[in-house]
Structures are given as C-alpha cells and as structure tokens.
Write a protein that binds this ligand. Structure first.
Ligand code: NAP
Ligand code: ZN
Length: 349
C-alpha cells in the first residue's frame, strides 16, 4: 500500500477535503500514474451530491485523469516509466464478453468497473483522479500524444470521448448540420470535435453570453434558447443534435428542430425523467438516442484525432483548495469550459 494525498468527500453533499488515501500494491498488469491534472466533470458533482442515487462514501471523484507513469508491474508491456497517459471513466471490465471483445468495455456484460464510486471485481472500492497517484491496469490507460499538453488533454478522457462517440456514430462530417445544446465541458468539446470532423455546427445555449467563444470554438451559428421564436424558426434544421445539458429539457421543442430522419442524442444525464410526445418522433421519422462514454479503442482514436487536429479542452486550472467553489461555479454555468485541478497542490498530513 502506498499512501497519497487526495481530495475526498466524507458523505453526500459534503465539501471535498484533503486526506490521505491508500493505493494498492501493483499487480502484474498495473501501472502507477503520477496524476498531473484531473478535470471536474459535472458527473463528479452529480455523484458527490448523490443526484444519481445511492453512492459510496468517502468518495474521491475524478475520471478525467492525465499524468505520467511512475512505476510498472512485472507483466506490463504497453507502457514504460515516463510515458504520458490518461485514465477515463472505467478501470476494469471482464475482457471476455462480446462487448469487451469488440472494444466496447462500457457495455461489459459483467459490468465495467467505474474509476470511482464503484467496486473492483475483488470488492475493493475504487478511487478517482483527484489524487496525487492512481493505480490502474495498463488495459485502461490511454496514451496521450505528445502534441497535447496534459492539462488540456485531461478533459478529453470523459468530455472528449463522450462527445466524439455519438458524433462519429451518427456521421457528423461535411454536409451535415450538427447542433450542440449547452456550452459547458461536454458542449465545448462537441463543438470542437464536430467542427474538426467537417460538420456545420450551431450552438444552442440559454443566452448569447458565450457567443464569441462558441464561434471561436468552431460554430458557424449560435442561438439563445430563451428566445422561443428564434428556436421555432429553426424547425427541421439539423441532422444531429447532441444534448449535453445536465438538467431536464423539453424534448418535443428540440425534436422539432431535427430534419426528417435526424437524431437527437442525449449525453446529459439529469436525474429527472424525460417526457415527450410520440408525435415529435413519428412526424419526421426521427430518432431519440443516448450515448454512454466510449470504449478504450475509441478513446485512443479520439485522443489521436484531437492531437491531429490540435484540439484539447479549454481549461481553467485551479488549485486543490478551490475545488468546492469550482463545483458551485460549474452548477451556475460559470466555467470556461472545464476546470482542471493541478494535483500537485493536493496536500494532506
Ligand atoms: P457542464 O459543464 O455543467 O455543462 C452543462 C451545460 O448545460 C451548461 O454549460 C449549460 O450550458 C447547460 N445547462 C446547465 N443547466 C441548465 C439548465 N437548467 N437548463 C438548460 N441548460 C442548462 O456539464 P458537463 O460536465 O458538460 O456534463 C453535462 C452532462 O453530461 C451532465 O449531466 C453529466 O453528468 C453528463 N455526462 C454524461 C456522460 C455520458 O457518458 N453520457 C459523460 C459525461 C458527462 P449553457 O450555459 O450554454 O446553456
Ligand atoms: Zn465525466
């Protein structure tokens, strides 16, 4: 066991505080990673505040992890000490079911192991990236290309893959019109990735406050959803809508913006149930879909794609003692566009 400083929350809704945690001794296939940056995903907040149901406490959140390999197990073949690596939302899966064999570990028949707020197959509670170190199997570590700095790469491990997957699946590209609802952590990556894929991108944000940023990120138009008339003027406009909003939205309003056969993909995961009228789907033979992160091969592909196109996240780097304030700012929509924790600032006795 190695003891390392981490940020942990003792019970649901409590502030994060520095504490010492134990990381496991290396198994044959494990790498120890010196975490350099950990992104703050809205999913961290949902879980710390128990908005998705019962969670495991104390909790060390963090599934947007970027760092450097500092030690390797005896059987490790893919990585060496000094390699730049990332870890996302999963740290294990059975490796044997049809989904794992297809590289879709997030659908593992046995259930993939969450990076935190989960249990490993040995029953061990998992702890995330708001920590100076993490230990994971090399199968769940991703190579961060040299062209990407570690701070802007960290958020790609969740926000990047979660938006890359549905954009690729539903064929975002030249001649396709994509709308992104919500310009936050996921939303700003969706804009950058869809634009890099060659699609024409529109941001649907509550107000025009972030319009200039949205255009720089790669959008060609930007619409305030608070203006109902402007929204209804966009009826039958888009092939793909990616909904990244962390709160409940009126589905019928947005389904109407799809061209016939278009798809609205939900990646935002509020706790409320969705309501919609079947006519909104049937009218244009439209598709309502969801999408859950992405597999390990796709995550590496996404990192390579982002490096090739020179797109990381736009980040605000914070010290460990600002993390609770950062949570409130994310909930208030006051982040441009992802907080990353400089984990060197996590200290505990
Ligand atoms: P975020 O940075 O807080 O961004 C969410 C955006 O939604 C905000 O920037 C805001 O955009 C908009 N929004 C927030 N509250 C709203 C409200 N009440 N009404 C309308 N719009 C609102 O969050 P994130 O980290 O991108 O995560 C977004 C959601 O995706 C969360 O629910 C998270 O749990 C989920 N998620 C899902 C997956 C997956 O695999 N499917 C993976 C990661 C995260 P504007 O200010 O531009 O309107
Ligand atoms: Zn996330």
């Amino acid at each position: 066991m190695t003891r390392v400083p981490a940020l942990s929350t003792p019970f649901a809704g409590a502030p994060l505080e520095p504490t010492m945690i134990e990381t496991r001794d290396l198994r044959d296939d494990d790498v120890r990673i010196d975490v350099k940056f950990a992104g703050i995903c809205h999913s961290d907040i949902h879980q710390v505040r128990e908005e998705w149901g019962s969670a495991i406490f104390p909790m060390v959140p963090g599934h947007e992890i970027a760092g450097i390999v500092s030690e390797v197990g005896s059987g490790v073949t893919r990585y060496q000490v000094g390699d730049r690596v990332g870890v996302g939302c999963m740290v294990d899966s059975c490796g044997e079911c049809e989904f794992c064999k297809d590289g879709e570990e997030q659908f593992c028949a046995k259930g993939s192991v969450a990076t935190y707020n989960g249990h490993g197959y040995d029953g061990e509670e998992t702890k995330g990236g708001y920590s100076r170190q993490v230990v994971v199997s090399e199968r769940f570590a991703l190579r961060i290309p040299d062209r990407l700095e570690l701070d802007v790469a960290a958020p790609l491990l969740c926000a990047g893959i979660t938006t890359y997957t549905p954009l690729k699946r539903w064929n975002a590209g030249p001649g396709r019109k994509v709308a992104v609802i919500g310009l936050g952590g996921l939303g700003h990556m969706a804009v950058r990735i869809a634009a890099a894929m060659g699609a024409e991108v529109t941001v649907l944000s509550r107000t025009l406050a972030k319009k200039e940023d949205g255009m720089v990120l790669g959008a060609s138009s930007y619409v305030a959803t608070e203006d109902a008339d402007v929204l209804s003027g966009l009826a039958k406009s888009f092939d793909i809508i990616v909904n990244t909003v962390s709160a409940d939205l009126p589905m019928d309003t947005y389904l109407r913006l799809l061209r016939p056969l278009g798809v609205l993909v939900n990646v935002g995961l509020p706790s409320e149930a969705l309501t919609l009228s079947p006519g909104s789907l049937i009218g244009g033979s439209r598709v309502l879909a969801g999408s859950n992160i992405g597999g390990i091969p796709a995550t590496q592909e996404m990192l390579d794609f982002c490096a090739e196109h020179g797109i990381g996240a736009q980040v605000e780097t914070i010290e460990a003692n600002a993390v609770n304030e950062a949570y409130d700012r994310v909930v208030a929509g006051d982040v441009r566009y992802r907080f990353v924790i400089d984990t060197a600032t996590i200290t505990a006795d």
